[in-house]
Design a protein. Structure first.
Ligand code: SF4
Length: 471
């Protein structure tokens, strides 16, 4: 009987993309996806240690799986991702029923490691860093089983060379390693041939894309004067025939130059949306966080981008209650947030991530009641600008890509605008996901827009490969 797998993913798009890749490898090995964890022969937990209580959630899940394995001894359990990279042997020390532990640099070894565990017993394999010369160590979109038929993630860079005091990423994803531009453009061309019309370029700090490539080439004795720049990559990817939308995440305010904004304005396919993490509006807190910019620099980058790119939507991340944040620091954050006039923001209450510098600043932790109050005040400021930005779109006709029927009402369809906003609208008959349509915006809330369908302008292009069966 065909073996079935089930993957539970925690965390960011990078992890979701790794999950696609693991799923693809398991399918190439002859497995099919189980509809529930209970039906699976192999369960993979692709972990994240950035979110709060990540380890509690993991060990809670592993407790449930221990019972499942007692009832079904052949069940294989694998733990992958950032928490596996960080905790290594500790995972099997705390949960001896886990068969395989692998990290962020050897996702491509998932099938071999499961096979090893089947024949030779449990295995923990964590690599310290991605090997630059091992093409397989890089996440490529091509062999992946994608969640979407019209959109794909393309990892342009793994790891991070920064050391933000609150962040565990450099410890678990290693130093920055960029993929060569020709390889990335080739991959996007292949995706376009398959009918993908939207790509999202992924990296921890996309603005430093290519820096390591130039350094590596120089170390190898090559005469490299010009490093590949992210703006060039945006232009090249945005000009690939068939690609109608290019998004990216995340830029870093300390490295973001006007060249990127100019490329965004110049290339029609690059969407008018910038996610520019602020984290704090206080120069003192930004310095404690080691962010490498101050509020003035941040606002300058943002204003330049808005002046360069017509109709730009801007979103951000802000941490409230970083250790040592005073009332005065927080006032600065409110001021910057008000001036930035965000479309929306992911606001987080600081919580310590074990292994980070900020986690050791225990004496400086803020009073939770004070932080709660600050969080609420920030929410009011963000909502004020968000509502105004959305209200300003009423009456406009916008291009959307259809995501599918609304979960609450099947007669309502959801699409996404170029500014990354969800629009709900009624349809006379279902429209296939991946289609493009024009929708007139009729109403707005903080989270989404409502509209009326004008017309469907393009059907999805996805060309599924027809399996070749030998006689
Ligand atoms: S730039 Fe800072 S927050 Fe972003 S991944 Fe690197 S260390 Fe983490």
């Amino acid at each position: 009987m065909t073996q079935q797998y089930f993957i539970r993913t925690y965390g960011c798009q990078m992890n979701e993309h790794d999950t696609e890749r693991i799923a693809s490898l398991l399918q190439d090995d002859g497995m099919t996806e189980a509809t529930s964890m209970e039906d699976a022969d192999v369960v993979v937990l692709n972990t994240c240690c950035i979110r709060e209580n990540a380890d509690n959630k993991l060990y809670g899940q592993l407790g449930h799986l221990k019972q499942m394995k007692a009832d079904k001894p052949d069940l294989q359990i694998a733990v992958a991702g950032c928490l596996a990279q960080k905790d290594r042997d500790e995972i099997r020390d705390r949960a001896g029923h886990v068969d395989v532990v692998f990290g962020t640099h050897n996702v491509h070894r998932a099938v071999e490691l499961l096979e090893h565990a089947r024949t030779q017993g449990p295995i923990v394999e964590i690599l310290e860093a991605a090997a630059r010369d091992d093409a397989e160590a890089f996440p490529t979109a091509l062999p992946a089983r994608r969640e979407s038929d019209h959109a794909a993630w393309v990892t342009i860079q793994i790891g991070c060379d920064n050391n933000c005091a609150f962040c565990i990423v450099p410890a678990v994803r290693g130093p920055e390693v960029s993929r060569p531009m020709s390889e990335l453009v080739g991959e996007v061309e292949e995706l376009a041939r398959e009918g993908i019309t939207e790509v999202t370029l992924l990296g921890q700090n996309v603005n430093s894309y290519g820096r390591d490539l130039a350094l590596a080439a120089r170390r190898a004795g090559e005469d490299v004067r010009i490093r590949p720049m992210f703006a060039d990559l945006l232009r090249s990817v945005g000009n690939v025939r068939g690609i109608r939308r290019v998004r990216y995440t995340s830029p870093h305010p300390k490295d973001m130059g006007i060249d990127v904004a100019e490329a965004m304005a110049e290339i029609p396919a690059v969407c008018e949306h910038l996610h520019l993490p602020l984290q704090s509006g206080s120069d003192r807190v930004l310095a404690l966080m080691h962010r490498g910019y101050n509020a003035e620099r941040y606002l300058r980058v943002l204003h330049e981008a808005r002046a360069t790119i017509p109709d730009l939507a801007v979103t951000t991340d802000i941490i409230v209650g970083f250790p040592g944040e005073t009332d005065d620091d927080f006032e600065r954050t409110l001021e910057v947030a008000a001036e930035a006039e965000y479309d929306s923001a992911y606001t987080f209450v600081f919580s310590p991530r074990p292994g980070t510098e900020a986690a050791d600043m225990v004496d400086e932790f803020c009073d939770p009641e004070v932080v709660k109050d600050r969080y609420e005040r920030l929410r009011v400021v963000i909502e004020r600008s968000g509502r105004a930005k959305h209200a300003a779109r009423i009456g406009r006709t916008e291009e959307v890509v259809i995501e599918g029927p609304s979960k609450r009402d099947p007669n309502v369809t959801t699409g996404r605008t170029r500014q990354n906003k969800l629009v709900h609208f009624a349809v006379p008959e279902p429209i296939k996901p991946g289609s493009y349509a024009e929708v007139t915006i009729t109403d707005a809330s903080m989270q989404y827009l409502m509209g009326e369908l004008v017309e469907v302008t393009a059907a999805p292009l996805r060309r599924r490969r027809i399996p070749v069966v030998s006689a």
